[in-house]
Design a protein around this ligand. Structure first.
Ligand SMILES: NC(=O)c1ccc[n+]([C@@H]2O[C@H](COP(=O)([O-])OP(=O)(O)OC[C@H]3O[C@@H](n4cnc5c(N)ncnc54)[C@H](O)[C@@H]3O)[C@@H](O)[C@H]2O)c1
Length: 285
């Protein structure tokens, strides 16, 4: 198993970051989204990040050009036919992801490894849409990709040892630290993070503390860089609710029930930073 060319599907928040760290690590990248404007937006976000690195003196203009030259944008899925690895980063929707992997299974060589950046969808389930479950794995980058060290590497029930080793080596080449876990609702990252955020929302709803008090306890007392409510606003309250529902349904356990205040905020359209109002108010997204 050798990886030289990487296909990244989805040029959004995560996809453009994954394409960037892959190109910075020297891989040739094909970045695919459904519309040209989304591909272009992904490419320009990559360029802006590299420009900031130049301003900080971490990169030269020549290096920036070399990195961007390694990335080819496309709207055609067929352009991924000769990549060695596909990293999928499209919407968090199980049907859409399975449909995409089914197509990729047909288009790509039978040795091509498939990785999903899903936050919550069982890897074993996604792998079942393909005829290569041994070559299928979760590669869960954190947001923002260029800055966060962790890659949670999730083995599906049928993922081979070779695939897991390959993905861990690749993560290291991309400057990340891989942590291997097994498949399960929310994996490890969201299984721990989301119930903490949900509990913070219960504390707020029950009047145990103000939003500021709750966040300050966790920042000053537990050394968390952000409080749970600030973090929920950053992630998006709709995303938090969706993940809590995945945990609740995945385990059929009432300990994961989403807080009623979280549901109410989402119904009201208060989704956090992206709507300028969540547990706090924001002037800008
Ligand atoms: N945002 C985060 O904090 C975060 C963190 C870790 C993992 N994730 C996961 O990463 C994935 C992507 O999330 P995001 O925040 O980047 O979403 P996003 O909405 O920013 O980007 C998704 C992109 O995928 C594109 N897309 C949809 N269907 C496509 C298809 N069939 N082919 C190609 N492109 C397609 C969309 O046009 C969009 O540009 C999700 O599975 C999410 O759960 C997100």
């Amino acid at each position: 198993m050798k990886v030289e060319r990487i296909g990244v599907v989805g040029a959004g928040q995560m996809g453009h970051g994954i394409a960037l760290v892959a190109a910075e690590a020297g891989f040739n990248v094909v970045l695919r989204d459904i519309k040209k404007e989304y591909v272009d937006k992904g490419l320009s976000r990559m360029e802006k990040f590299l420009d900031r690195s130049i301003e900080k003196g971490k990169l030269t203009a020549e290096e920036k050009k070399e990195i961007l030259d390694r990335v080819e944008g496309t709207t055609k899925l067929e352009d991924l036919k000769d990549v060695d690895l596909v990293i999928e980063a499209i919407f968090e929707n199980v049907e859409a992801k399975k449909e995409l992997f089914k197509e990729l299974d047909r288009i790509c060589e039978k040795e091509t490894v498939f990785a999903s950046n899903t936050s919550t969808i069982p890897i074993t389930d996604l792998a079942s849409a393909t005829d290569r479950p041994e070559l299928f794995i979760g590669m869960h980058f954190m947001n923002p990709v260029p800055l966060m060290k962790l890659v949670e590497v999730i083995r599906g029930l049928r993922t081979s040892d070779e695939t897991a080793e390959l993905i861990k080596e690749l993560a290291v080449k991309m400057g990340k630290t891989p942590v291997e876990v097994n498949d399960g609702p929310g994996f490890v990252s969201n299984r721990l993070l989301m119930p903490m955020i949900n509990e913070a929302i219960y504390c707020l709803m029950e009047g145990v503390g103000s939003a500021e008090a709750i966040d300050n306890v966790m920042k000053l007392g537990m050394n968390h860089p952000m409080g749970p409510l600030e973090l929920a606003d950053l992630i998006g309250l709709d995303v938090v609710l969706n993940i809590m529902n995945v945990l609740y349904e995945g385990f059929n356990d009432s300990k994961y029930r989403p807080c009623p205040l979280l549901k109410k905020m989402v119904q009201a359209g208060y989704l956090g930073r992206k709507t300028r109002k969540g547990f706090y108010e924001y002037r800008r997204e």
